[in-house]
Design a protein around this ligand. Structure first.
Ligand code: ATP
Length: 246
């Protein structure tokens, strides 16, 4: 079975230890989130998993057949229009240009872009539109594993929910496995099967939470209820330094 397995992972930048003894497995069709405070090492961990950073100690085994990324900033090529930005990965994989364009247009519409937007360049797009393009570009190649680094954090509530719904639809059809990092607890509860809590200095996993209801049956009531419950957890309180000062 396709999986991402992290064992005994340690990482330092210079003399500063950033990650300590990280262990987890992401199986096919599952969504695993890593939550924790800013500076805790989430991005470093994601980069090690995605082979964007060399593993120094421990191991990362990725047997997924293909993977893609979507980041907090959309990172589009400024000299290419919307469709060409999306089509890029397909063309790089050897797909015929006409076919790549057709697939890119279809997925752009799925992510809520209009035909009028197809010829626009990134400088003429709003932040939300750029993020739609970024998602479409990541998913057009139908990766089996998707890495998401805070992809919803700059979006308004409506757009956030809309993009999450498209993702949940794909997850529910078991088309996709996802590893994502966030500091938004509700986002993690809405999307993940398992949530790892990463505490800082150095980053280490202090608790794992599992959510057993399938994503497309988690309504707002479930997400708010679970959030309220988890916010009472002592590890969450100390990791996010939530103690109220009286
Ligand atoms: N290339 C690098 N060289 C040196 N230190 C780095 C490097 N990248 C990150 N760090 C340091 O590693 C620590 C963890 O950073 P990282 O970006 O992984 O945390 P994070 O949990 O993703 O934070 P945020 O939520 O703010 O993005 C920080 O102290 C950061 O300054």
């Amino acid at each position: 079975m396709e999986r991402l397995e992290v064992k005994g992972l340690n990482h330092s930048f210079g003399f500063t230890k950033i990650l300590h003894d990280i262990n987890f497995t992401l199986n096919k069709g599952k969504v695993l989130s890593i939550v924790g405070p800013s500076g805790g090492g989430k991005t470093t961990l994601m980069h090690l998993c995605a082979d964007l950073l060399d593993v120094e100690e421990g191991s990362v085994t990725n047997t997924f057949s293909s993977s893609a990324f979507a980041f907090q900033e959309a990172r589009l090529l400024p000299w290419k229009n919307v469709i060409d930005n999306i089509a890029l990965a397909l063309i790089a994989k050897g797909e015929k240009k006409s076919e790549a364009i057709k697939k890119s247009q279809a997925i752009a519409l799925k992510f809520g872009l209009d035909e009028d937007d197809f010829d626009k360049f990134p400088k003429d797009l709003s932040g939300g539109m750029k993020q739609r393009v970024s998602f479409a570009r990541a998913l057009v190649t139908k990766p089996s594993l998707l890495f998401l680094d805070e992809p919803f954090s700059a979006l308004d509530i409506g757009l956030k929910k809309e993009l999450q719904s498209v993702l949940i639809d794909m997850i529910s059809k078991k088309e996709l496995s996802v590893l994502f990092i966030t500091h938004d607890l509700m986002e993690a509860i809405r999307l993940s099967d398992e949530m790892l809590l990463l505490k800082a200095d150095p980053g280490h996993i202090v608790k794992k939470f599992r959510f057993d209801i399938v994503q497309n049956q988690r309504d707002d009531k479930y997400v708010y209820g679970k959030s309220a419950e988890i916010l009472q957890d002592s590890e969450i309180i100390s990791t996010f330094e939530l103690e109220l000062k009286s």
